[in-house]
Ligand binder design. Structure first.
Ligand code: ZN
Length: 329
């Protein structure tokens, strides 16, 4: 249904563009504003997904970072710069997630609407980290109830840009926020089925602190908050001891981070006679491939919650909250 609608409006737009070229109507700014989709560039897939859900076919959204891309390390390309310069709205995360692009955004912010959407979160909702002095943990999408604040911030920016469409944006925001609430409920109930002593989440980097806080899990990352910090041999052997001492049976790799450290950890544990299996690959800082359920925010979190719950012994359906997860995803 959504696809049909999009295809239809694209056809209508190209038709109008053709007429415009003939009649020079397209040179009128009023015509362009009324008929062109609002062009939005977002850094992460999660932010782009929110803008698409709120704007539907009123917006054309480009995400700079696709599946498997690490935002801590990402640098803007030439074509990103062109897209951001031309966009009606540029949405970035902030909280130092896009560490390599921060200076670029400072320069760009004078030239139109360039908004760090997570920066507006109340400071008492944010977590800090001992290795990350003076900064907050940026991985707020890991808690759907925190992410809903960011979605609301996206809606506010879109309303301010195009008040003529505010009714649509607000209705879509309402529906989407309700889905986020449902997702949060599914996460809480699924994860509460994990036996208490197994509620330890060991991953490649420290992306899951908000998840841990929301659902009562201890989280341990081999690397720190940013993937830019290297994990030394000391860190690996320290974690082997933790695995053995806490009798942790499953660890998790991440789709946007190399699994090199995790393999070293598993081998180190095996050398001490403690066998650990990989409980699955989690979407930490990037969603799944575009066009799949896991390539949406709802699917990303459903996948993570379902994978973690099942690997740690909870009885939850393999297909996840809506039965939409692909087998073995
Ligand atoms: Zn991260």
């Amino acid at each position: 249904m959504t696809h049909e609608k999009t295809a239809e409006s694209v056809t209508r737009r190209s038709l109008l563009a053709g007429i415009g070229a003939l009649t020079l109507l397209s040179s009128s700014p009023a015509f362009a504003q009324a008929n062109d989709p609002i062009s939005i560039v977002a850094t992460t897939g999660m932010i782009a997904d929110a803008a698409r859900r709120l704007g539907e076919d009123l917006v054309s959204v480009r995400a700079l970072m696709g599946a498997g891309v690490d935002p801590h390390a990402y640098r803007q390309t030439r074509s990103d710069i062109v897209a951001m310069t031309r966009a009606d709205l540029v949405l970035w995360h902030g909280l130092y997630l896009e560490a390599q692009m921060e200076r670029f955004f400072e320069d760009l912010s004078g030239k139109g609407r360039v908004v760090p959407v997570a920066e507006g979160l109340p400071r008492d909702a944010l977590l800090s980290h001992e290795d990350y002095a003076g900064r907050y943990d940026p991985h707020v999408w890991m808690d759907p109830l925190l992410w809903r604040e960011v979605v609301s911030a996206v809606a506010t920016e879109m309303n301010a840009l195009r008040p003529d469409h505010a009714a649509v944006f607000l209705a879509n925001a309402d529906a989407y926020l309700t889905e986020l609430d449902d997702l949060a409920e599914y996460a809480a109930s699924s994860l509460s089925k994990v036996p208490e002593k197994k509620r330890v989440l060991l991953t490649a980097h420290d992306a899951f602190s908000y998840f841990g806080k929301a659902y009562g899990f201890d989280v341990i990352g081999i690397q720190g908050i940013s993937t830019e910090s290297e994990a030394g041999l000391n860190r690996i052997s320290e974690l082997v001891d933790v695995l053995v001492a806490r009798d942790i049976g499953a660890v998790f790799v991440e789709t946007s981070v190399s699994d090199r450290n995790m393999r070293a950890l598993i081998e180190g544990a095996a050398a001490q006679g403690h066998n650990v299996f990989i409980g699955g690959a989690l979407f930490s800082d990037a969603m799944g491939p575009e066009g799949t359920y896991e390539g949406t925010y709802l699917g990303m979190i459903d996948h993570n919650v379902t994978t973690i719950a099942r690997a740690l012994g909870a009885d939850v359906p393999e297909g996840g909250r809506l039965g939409k997860l692909s087998a073995g995803s």
